[in-house]
Design a protein around this ligand. Structure first.
Ligand SMILES: [Ca+2]
Ligand SMILES: [Ca+2]
Length: 98
């Protein structure tokens, strides 16, 4: 498998690992999302000063308003954080070159 394929597999595996906690493995409840973010994205959570970050994220991403995130709704979160990371990465690279 290529690196990117491994990444995608991990992403799917992580989503399902946390989603299945309450018996409904297709969606992340708020509790499951919180646990996922606390465990898998601690660095990102630490940069967020708002204690309601998880609630805000859930509201933003939950398009069908069932207060749960399915995989399709969850992906923009990963994409968004990846975008932010990529900007940092580019910034660091520029700093390194100067
Ligand atoms: Ca669930
Ligand atoms: Ca939803």
């Amino acid at each position: 498998m290529t690196d990117l394929e491994k990444c995608m597999e991990s992403l799917i595996a992580i989503f399902h690992r946390y989603a299945k906690d309450d018996g409904d493995g297709k969606t992340l409840s708020k509790k499951e999302l919180k646990k996922l973010m606390e465990t898998e994205l601690p660095t990102f959570l630490k940069t967020q000063k708002n204690p309601k970050t998880v609630d805000c994220i859930l509201q933003d991403l939950d398009h069908n308003k069932d207060e749960k995130l399915d995989f399709e709704e969850f992906l923009p979160l990963v994409a968004g954080i990846s975008l932010a990371c990529e900007k940092c990465f580019v910034l660091h690279q520029k700093k390194g070159k100067q």
